[in-house]
Structure formats: structure tokens, C-alpha cells
Design a binder for this molecule. Structure first.
Ligand code: 3HC
Length: 373
């Protein structure tokens, strides 16, 4: 199958980013949102992102104009009729996605592939809302979509293997690294990342460390591009709470229950950068958080890192995902300087295991224990 026209439904940060990815790669793109205001916001995101690339000398004005000219924005699903692939990037609400897919099924030509950019919801349940479940898959991009090079392709029991192969080929043509995963809550990266982010807010809630101490610790000790509270603000705290609810419904573990600090921020409308504030206030430009309490930073860095490495070990050991896909996902999806298995290799597995045992004993959390050998 040759892809020429790509549709995107939902023009928030992720949807607008996905529009940019495809239009930059030379595809004709149709971007649809539910209201005139949402369409304008999507257009403005694309314009700002292209203007930034022009001001940095990464694109010429002519190239930027050509990229914009390839995108048609609108509110009507009929605009998507001739798309070869439509990617849905609406909020993480299953009933909303089911409704959108039923409308897409009616609007898009029968040969069109329908993909969801869901962060954790069941792709199978979304596929069941259509008359073409074999042509429905997950295509999960990372924020900012034009920057992060990793995409998870989620297949269900219904998925036509040819459709999956075609989408992987398409993704590779965008310069992305694709990993295939079956339909499981949180897929690869979010399952690991959200537990780590939740752990950070649980530490914050307990008063053991401040957000600045945690953010500075992960930046300085592990070279992460952002600390956990900064990253929660970038993703959207409301989205993170929804992903955690899905993961928690599956694992039933207390460590996956959305931390109170996150739930409270969402209730007060502070959902992160998109609302102007979250853990931090974005009314002014922020510098990277710093803190001079080395003892606290060292402790929280140890605890966050060891719990996360333990999760990675368990994910690989249970056959959920390969070491290569986990390492690629965390490096290319989240910009981490090293994959978890590269870190484990350097530290030595015995050191990681004894640190897991110490963390579990000190915190009383059984889930942090090392796996039996
Ligand atoms: N759109 C397009 N390009 C962007 C961008 C955006 N929103 N934000 C940054 N960029 C580009 C910049 O133009 C710059 O490009 P250049 O190197 O070609 O000049 C490059 O990214 C670096 O940007 P900056 O110099 O402005 O800023 P930083 O170096 O601080 O990087 C960052 C910003 C790329 C966001 C980096 O901090 C990062 O990678 N953070 C981690 C983000 C992460 O973990 N994402 C995954 C979240 S999980 C997810 O999305 C899944 C979902 O389901 C929840």
C-alpha cells in the first residue's frame, strides 16, 4: 500500500506534533478537531514550531511555507474520506475514542487504516467500535512528536499482519524507530515511565524531597533531559493520572495508584504546561531546577533509579518486551542518555539486586524486591 494522504484527529500538543511529523516528511495531511477554537490552536502550534525551526536556521522560510501548505485543517470528518491512514490523538477517555472511531469508520474509505495514539487504553476495545478491526492499530508517538524518534506500534488479536508491516515501513520512512508490542496497558515506555513519575510524586507527597531536589537529582546524577516533575508538566498531569488509572486497574498495585499530589493539581486545574502551571508556574521562562542538598538528591536518585531498573528487569524477564526495545524506547522516546540495560550493565546486576533489596526493606514495598534468581 502506498500512503499519500494522512489524517490526524485531535489537534492538541500530540496531534499537532504528529501533523508536523508527516507534513515535514512530504505527506499531504488533513488535521481535524472538534471545534473552530481547537483547529486554531492546532494551526498555531504548527506555526510556532515551524517558526522556531526557521529562527534556528533549521528550515528556510520557503521550506516552512511548503510544509504548512501540505496541511488542510478543518472540523468536518468528511475531510478525512480519502486518507490512507488516520491517527486519532484525542484525550485519554475510552468512551470518547470509541465514539471517534465509530465516526471515522463511517467517514474514511474502507481501505483506510485507522490508528490510535492512545497512551495506555485498550486498542482492542477501540477497534471493536469499527467494522474494520483488522485495519485498526495503535501508533503511539512521544512528546514532542517531531523530536522523539520512537513510536510503539500496537497490534491486537484482530490486526492484519500486513497492515502492521505497512505501518512499520511508513514509520521508518519518517526516520522513526518503531517497536511492535501487543495490546497491554501502558505498552512498553509508559508502563515504566509512569510508575517512575508516580514514584517521584509519592516521594514528594511524603515530604522526603522537594520537586527541585528530585528534578535536579535526575538531571545531574543520570543526565536525564528533564526531572520527573518537569516531565509530568510537559506530558500533562491529567493525562498521567488517566494512564496510571489504566495501569492500576491492571496491576492493582498501590505503587500504580495515582499519587495524591498529582490528583490534587488536576482538580485545581493545574495540569502542567498546557494550562500555564502544574508543579511549576510557566508564566515566566524557567531555568532548570537546582538544589544544593547533595544528600537528599543522592537518596532520591538512588530510590527512583533502582525502582525503575527493577521494573525494567521484570518487564524483560516476563517476556513482555526485549532488552533492545526497552533500551530504545527509553532513549529514543524520552531522550534518556542511556537505556536501563546499559545502566544495569555498567552498575553490575548484583549491585542492582542488592540495592533493590535494600529499597524494599527500607520502604516496606514488596514490589521493589529483586526477582528470584
Ligand atoms: N516541537 C518541535 N520541536 C521541539 C519542541 C516541540 N514542541 N520542543 C523542542 N523541540 C526541538 C527544538 O527545536 C530543538 O531542536 P534542534 O536541536 O533541532 O534545535 C530540540 O528539540 C531541543 O530543544 P530545546 O533546545 O529547546 O530544549 P531542550 O534541549 O531542553 O529539549 C526536550 C527539550 C526535547 C523536550 C527535552 O527536554 C526532552 O527530550 N525531554 C524529555 C521528554 C520526554 O520524556 N518525552 C516523552 C514523554 S512520554 C510521552 O510522550 C508518551 C505519552 O503517551 C504520555
Amino acid at each position: 500500500m502506498s500512503f499519500s494522504q494522512i489524517g490526524v484527529v485531535g489537534l492538541g500538543i500530540m496531534g499537532a506534533g504528529i501533523v508536523e511529523v508527516f507534513s515535514r516528511a512530504g505527506y499531504q495531511v488533513v488535521g481535524v478537531a472538534e471545534s473552530a477554537a481547537a483547529v486554531e490552536a492546532g494551526k498555531s502550534n504548527l506555526t510556532k514550531s515551524l517558526a522556531r525551526a526557521v529562527s534556528k536556521g533549521k528550515l528556510t522560510q520557503d521550506q516552512s511555507d511548503e510544509i504548512s501548505a501540505r496541511v488542510l485543517f478543518g472540523e468536518n470528518f468528511d475531510l478525512l474520506a480519502n486518507c490512507d491512514l488516520v491517527i486519532e490523538a484525542a484525550p485519554e477517555i475510552l468512551s470518547l475514542k470509541v465514539e471517534i472511531f465509530s465516526k471515522l469508520d463511517a467517514a474514511v474509505k474502507p481501505s483506510g487504516i485507522l490508528a490510535t495514539n492512545t497512551s495506555s487504553l485498550s486498542v482492542t476495545q477501540i477497534a471493536n467500535a469499527t467494522s474494520r478491526p483488522a485495519k485498526v492499530i495503535g501508533m503511539h508517538f512521544f512528546n514532542p512528536a517531531p523530536v522523539q524518534k520512537f513510536v510503539e506500534v500496537i497490534s491486537t488479536a484482530h490486526s492484519d499482519p500486513e497492515v502492521v508491516a505497512e505501518v512499520i515501513e511508513l514509520g521508518n520512512s519518517l526516520g522513526k524507530h518503531l517497536a511492535r508490542i501487543s495490546d497491554q496497558p501502558g505498552f512498553i515506555v509508559n508502563k515504566l515511565l509512569l510508575r517512575y513519575l508516580n514514584h517521584a510524586v509519592q516521594i514528594l507527597d511524603s515530604g522526603q524531597a522537594s520537586k527541585e531536589q528530585m528534578d535536579a537529582a535526575m538531571r545531574e546524577h543520570s543526565g536525564y533531559p528533564m526531572g520527573p516533575c518537569e516531565l509530568l508538566d510537559l506530558i500533562g498531569i491529567d493525562t498521567c493520572v488517566e494512564i496510571l488509572k489504566t495501569i492500576h486497574a491492571d496491576t492493582k498495585l498501590a505503587i500504580d495508584e495515582p499519587a495524591v499530589g498529582m490528583v490534587e493539581l488536576v482538580s485545581s486545574g493545574k495540569k502542567g504546561r498546557k494550562t500555564g502551571s502544574g508543579f511549576y508556574d510557566y508564566s515566566e521562562r524557567l531555568d532548570a531546577p537546582t538544589d544544593s542538598n547533595e544528600a537528599v538528591k543522592s537518596q532520591v536518585h538512588n530510590d527512583l533509579l533502582i525502582a525503575y531498573l527493577g521494573d525494567c528487569i521484570a518487564m524483560e524477564a516476563t517476556g513482555y518486551a526485549t532488552k533492545a526495545d526497552i533500551d530504545s524506547g527509553m532513549k529514543l522516546g524520552c531522550g534518556l542518555p542511556e537505556g536501563p540495560f546499559e545502566v544495569i550493565e555498567k552498575m553490575g546486576i548484583e549491585k542492582v539486586r542488592s540495592a533493590q533489596a535494600e529499597l524494599s526493606e527500607r520502604t516496606g514495598v514488596v514490589a521493589y524486591q529483586p526477582l528470584p534468581l
